[in-house]
Design a protein around this ligand. Structure first.
Ligand code: UDX
Length: 434
């Protein structure tokens, strides 16, 4: 099959490379010429484990290419995926769909013969209908079907998630489109990944419902962690104790500093707004959004409390800036709010992250950036773990203790064992008495 990806960002690039690896011929298009030039030089603009090798292999084998010109690749495509950004619109919290609609207009002008148009970007319910309306209005003679096929890729694990998904959701009632989608994902359903065909609107709801549910699960365990601290219980054991019930499941029950990233904060907010506008408010989701917002600042207050009630004039070492490990993504990272509150309280913050230092430098002012974890810790009055990189789990804790001016460690990801840390002489605190 011939596939064209409109948008070579995170989702477009990962999906394009994986479809090419399945044997399809894929062209990734982007309006950003410098991004396309970089990709054509073999440079991958994002950090995603395994993506550079996957792209290089498929380019070499002639199944994957990059261009700024959409006309040719769209005309020859069996399926065109719209994988452009849907950022939060300034002012009202809704998803900004202008890039999606512009892509729809550009694409329909160039299709040739029956073409499946797939919305891969996360879009509010009803966007598929609007994309179809815009396309029919732009070009009444065009032969196409608009399908919803949401992505469930986790950053840092995106290739594995694409190739071994729990399910593939496809929203269409068009038989020809169904045939094309089945063919595209054939390598996967040979591996027994269920293909769930449903109505387009239902598919759009599934995407938001899945993300909101996961965000709710995290928020639930985070509040449970606070309760555990208040009553002297252990949140990790609570998570295990409830997670062993198959109806609950043990995943996404790690207490921490609140969820961040490019999806959960944006998608929960957009879902909340859509539901409010339609007069069917989702009160649980509204609470999740509010609790998670407050949590990041609460984590900074936890650090201040661990430092005896004040961080004024103190040097605080922050290890981990990205919103989670194995990515350089700083979008909605808890580190941003935590560091801002610490600075407001008079702290001198020094930070280190294995991958996100470049984007972090552009976002954080007044922070000193260390060359590695040990130099970050050196002479600090307290160490705060904000992202659970494996490298931080493997630190030589004796060296950490000698490096710190006072042995205060606030572990917001519960990566160390509290009994071990206390035995080593640290003043150790974590999330939920883990
Ligand atoms: C998420 C969804 O998992 C994915 O299906 C969707 O398509 C896009 O959004 P991603 O944003 O890459 O993926 O990250 P994810 O691994 O889900 O983590 C999101 C946030 O939740 C991170 O800040 C992470 O630290 C936090 N988290 C996750 C927890 O605090 N506890 C957990 O148990 C799990």
């Amino acid at each position: 099959m011939r596939v064209t990806m409109i948008g070579s960002g995170y989702v477009g690039l990962v999906s394009g490379a994986c479809f090419a690896d399945f044997g399809h011929v894929v062209t990734c298009v982007d309006t950003d010429a410098s991004k396309i030039d970089a990709l054509n030089r073999g440079e991958i603009p994002i950090f995603e484990p395994g993506l550079d090798d996957l792209v290089a292999k498929n380019v070499r084998e002639g199944r994957l290419s990059f261009t700024t010109e959409l006309a040719g690749p769209v005309a020859s495509a069996d399926a065109v995926f719209i994988a452009v950004g849907t950022p939060t619109r300034r002012g009202d919290g809704h998803a900004d769909l202008s890039y999606v609609y512009q892509a729809a207009r550009d694409v329909v002008a160039k299709i040739d013969g029956f073409t499946v148009i797939v919305t891969k970007s996360t879009v509010p319910v009803g966007t598929g209908d609007e994309v179809e309306r815009i396309m029919r209005e732009t070009r009444p003679d065009a032969d196409f079907a608009v399908v919803s096929n949401p992505e469930f890729l986790r950053e840092g694990a995106a290739i594995g998630d694409f190739k071994r998904p729990d399910r593939i959701v496809i929203g269409t009632e068009d038989e020809r489109a169904r045939g094309v989608m089945e063919e595209l994902y054939r390598p996967l359903y040979l591996n027994a990944a269920p293909l769930l065909f449903t109505q387009r609107r239902t598919s759009e709801v599934i995407k938001y419902a899945a993300n909101a549910y996961l965000a709710m699960k995290i928020t639930f365990i985070n509040e449970m962690a606070d309760l555990c601290e208040a009553v002297g219980a252990n949140v990790q054991e609570v998570a295990r104790g409830i997670g062993l019930d198959n109806r609950i499941g043990g995943k996404f029950l790690h207490a921490g500093p609140g969820f961040g990233g490019s999806c959960f904060p944006k998608d929960t907010l957009a879902l909340m707004k859509t539901a409010q506008d339609l007069g069917s408010p989702l009160r649980i989701v509204e609470t999740v959004v509010a609790v998670n917002d407050q949590r990041k600042r609460a984590m900074a207050r936890k650090v201040i409390a661990a430092c005896g009630g004040s961080v004024r004039g103190k040097r605080i070492a922050v290890l981990g800036l990205a919103f989670k490990p194995n990515t350089d993504d700083m979008r909605e990272a808890p580190s941003l709010s935590i560091i801002a509150v610490l600075q407001d309280a008079g702290a001198d913050v020094v930070a280190y992250d294995p991958e996100s230092m470049e984007p972090a430098k552009a976002l954080l002012s007044g922070v000193s950036f260390a060359a590695d974890a040990y130099s970050c810790i050196e002479g600090a009055d307290a160490l705060v773990i904000v992202t659970e990189w494996d490298a931080f789990r493997a630190l030589d804790l004796d060296r950490v203790k000698t490096g710190l001016r006072t042995p205060i460690v606030v572990d917001l990801r519960n990566i160390y064992r509290s009994d071990d840390m206390r035995r080593r002489g640290f003043e150790y605190s974590n999330v939920g008495n883990a």
